[in-house]
Design a protein around this ligand. Structure first.
Ligand code: NCD
Ligand code: ZN
Ligand code: ZN
Length: 350
């Protein structure tokens, strides 16, 4: 059998990114734009993006960071709080400013202190979203400190997601960055029109033992935390199955290396510089290169009701070494996922 040396697919989209702001924003946007035509931009800035005007201003700052000559469309999201007004969402969605709403359980992850303290507080807002067809993107982990960190996603399904979907069966929900077999099975048991999930590149590659391989690995620490190997296998099976409910969302989440290499390091993996090469390798390892396009370029737009991209990209088999460090414009060091490793796939320059 001859080895495949290149693969061409419709230009993919990234359905889950963190661009941050200011120097970090201008430093990280090009890596996403090089690979993806569109991205769902998470609103967890400090303070968060909660208004239509705030989202428009943030969108303009993102567009200003897109390298000249490249096509890119940021899809903006609203950060759901206990105080969010249904009117603000309705207005932003109708105007095409908000593509979706993001729910962070208060305290669950990075910059989630303004998040929702109890889902009961936002039920009427969620009813409006169901009515207008506006997707709800969920960081699905309970915050109960009595629940073990490795169980927080599975318990969220029982305590929050199952009752929510029973109450609002027409609400479009994306279960973001799923990390467990329980989440995969839950999504497969749902309605393809209203329930989907994103899967990151890093969760296809690492399991929880990798966090401690030879010592503690702060650059692999993210939330939800990587789980046991059986869960990684379930995620690989789901992503490469071609099932329309699973699509690409890197959750690229840059933090200065000094904030991660710390007594209390923050959560987030910076994966944008290696995203498509890592996904392509995972699909090749699973014998599923023919299903990469569905996962990366087709399933996401179908769920969101958007057209697929006309442009194409080509991934070529070409070894390259991931840089150990990437500096922002103002000299903050970022450690990308797979830093120092040799990857076998590369994006062919446009
Ligand atoms: C994300 C971040 O840094 O903003 N961190 C992470 O570990 N995934 C937040 C998030 O997506 O939960
Ligand atoms: Zn999250
Ligand atoms: Zn995220």
């Amino acid at each position: 059998m001859t080895e495949i040396t290149q693969i061409t697919l419709r230009r993919p989209d990234d359905w889950h990114v963190h661009f941050r702001d200011d120097d970090m924003l201008s430093s990280v946007v090009p890596a996403t734009v090089a690979e993806f035509a569109r991205a769902i931009v998470m609103p967890n800035l400090v303070p968060p993006v909660t208004t239509v005007a705030g989202a428009e201003a943030y969108r303009d700052r993102i567009n200003a960071a897109v390298p000249k000559g490249l096509e890119f469309k940021p899809l903006m999201t609203a950060y759901l709080t206990d105080q969010t007004s249904a009117d603000e969402l309705r207005q932003g969605f109708a105007a095409g400013v908000f593509a979706a709403v993001k729910l962070y359980p208060q305290g669950a992850t990075t910059n989630s202190t303004s998040g929702v303290s109890d889902i009961a507080n936002v039920m009427s807002v969620l009813e409006t979203m169901q009515e207008i067809g506006m997707p709800l993107l969920i960081h699905g982990e309970v915050t109960d400190p009595d629940i073990d960190i490795f169980d927080r996603e599975a318990v969220f399904i029982e305590r929050v997601l199952t009752p929510l979907i029973a109450k609002l069966p027409g609400l479009k929900v994306v279960f973001e960055h799923v990390t467990t077999k329980e989440a995969v099975d839950f999504v497969l048991g749902g309605d393809v029109k209203t329930l989907a999930a994103t899967i990151t590149a890093h969760h296809l590659v690492i399991n929880r033992s990798d966090l401690f391989k030879g010592g503690i690995r702060p650059h692999l620490y993210c939330l939800p935390i990587a789980k046991r190997e059986l869960h990684r296998q379930a995620l690989r099976a789901a992503a490469t199955s071609g099932d329309a409910r699973f699509f690409l969302g890197t959750d690229t989440a840059p933090h200065g290396a000094h904030l991660k290499e710390s007594a209390c390091g923050c959560a987030g993996v910076y994966s944008a510089p290696v995203a498509m090469p890592v996904y392509t390798q995972a699909f090749e390892d699973e014998g599923a290169l023919d299903r990469l396009e569905a996962f990366a370029s087709l399933n996401g737009p179908t769920f969101y009701g958007l057209p697929v991209n006309d442009a194409k990209i080509t991934m070529t088999r070409q070894d390259w070494t991931v840089p150990e460090t990437i500096m922002t414009g103002e000299g903050v060091a970022l450690k990308p996922f797979m830093a120092g490793e040799i990857l076998a796939w590369q994006l062919k320059a446009l």
